[in-house]
Ligand binder design. Structure first.
Ligand code: B12
Length: 233
């Protein structure tokens, strides 16, 4: 590309599609190759060039998927999983201020969010929480390894209309059924929608476990919550 044109792109902070894709690929690679320092520099570069924070986040998530595959293939071990999680979290911290807040003022609705009992994965849940907050929801984040009773207590205390559960392990995902059953027992099931997500789940499993919705990505999950609010839950 002629130097003059490059200069112009730099000035107006608009990158040609090819350069944009290249930067995002580099972001993905940094996660896969566990290059935390480089990732931070790259994220800043992406933001400086006007790349949407959500696209950068998606590239990071693709990298995590690759890390998972490497773990499965025994190319990576637990230490690499832990390290990739730490790198992801640092990157996420840089992106958070840029995930645009859509609405100011009164919260749309209260959503109680947590990772199912005996599951310690929280990266996907944290993305869902960040995006929900940015979309104007009040979020009560219960963290990881959350017993079903805690979900129900939090719904009562906060008059929540939506419960979001994350599940990454196939062994513990059935714990979602316990949350749904306890909500029923407390007489809250008809007042509360349950949305689930995470790598351990599919649409079919979510239905079998008694959830109202399954979302493959946090973005889709937020869209479903918005739709529920628009339809008055
Ligand atoms: C990083 C990681 C870890 C880190 C977690 C760090 C952290 N703070 O979260 C650590 C090292 C702790 C870890 C531990 C273990 N892990 Co692990 N881990 C992963 C890995 C590589 C990435 C997960 C991740 O963060 N992905 C990135 C995020 C962005 O993706 P996501 O979580 O799917 O979230 C997206 C969507 O699913 C959605 N979403 C997620 N939750 C929700 C919730 C709602 C409501 C909605 C709407 C949407 C939504 O939104 C997100 C963005 O769009 C996965 C591989 C994989 N493919 O998932 C394995 C994986 C999940 N782990 C696995 C295993 C086996 C383990 C261990 C048992 C390993 C061990 N021997 O100890 C332990 C379990 C510990 C425990 N009790 O939980 C297996 C699970 C296999 C299975 N089918 O059960 C996987 C699939 C790896 C593999 N391929 O074998 N792990």
């Amino acid at each position: 590309m002629p130097l003059m044109l490059l200069y112009l792109f730099k000035e107006v902070h608009v990158l040609p599609v090819q350069a944009k894709d290249q930067l995002l690929e580099e972001v993905e690679k940094c996660i896969v190759l566990l290059k935390g320092g480089e990732l931070e520099v790259l994220i800043k570069e992406c933001l400086k060039n006007g790349l949407p924070a959500l696209e950068i986040l998606n590239a990071m998530a693709r990298g995590m998927e690759e890390v998972g595959k490497k773990y499965e293939a025994q190319e990576y071990f637990l230490s690499e999983l832990i390290f990739s999680g730490e790198i992801f979290k640092k990157g996420m911290m840089l992106l958070e201020p840029y995930l645009k807040r859509e609405s100011e003022g009164e919260a749309k609705s209260v959503v109680v969010v947590g990772t199912v009992m005996n599951d310690l994965h929280d990266i996907g849940k944290n993305i869902f929480v960040t995006l929900l907050t940015a979309a104007g929801f009040k979020v009560v984040d219960l963290g990881v390894d959350v017993p079903p009773e805690k979900f129900v207590e939090a719904v009562k205390e906060n008059n929540a209309k939506i419960v979001g559960v994350s599940a990454l392990l196939t062994s513990t995902a059935p714990g979602i059924r316990d949350i749904v059953k306890l909500l029923e027992k407390a007489g809250l099931r008809r007042k509360v929608k349950v949305i689930v997500g995470g790598a351990a789940l599919t649409q079919e499993m979510a239905r079998e476990l008694g959830a109202d919705a399954y979302a493959e990505t946090a973005v889709k999950g937020v869209d479903i919550c918005k739709k529920w609010v628009a339809e008055s839950i």
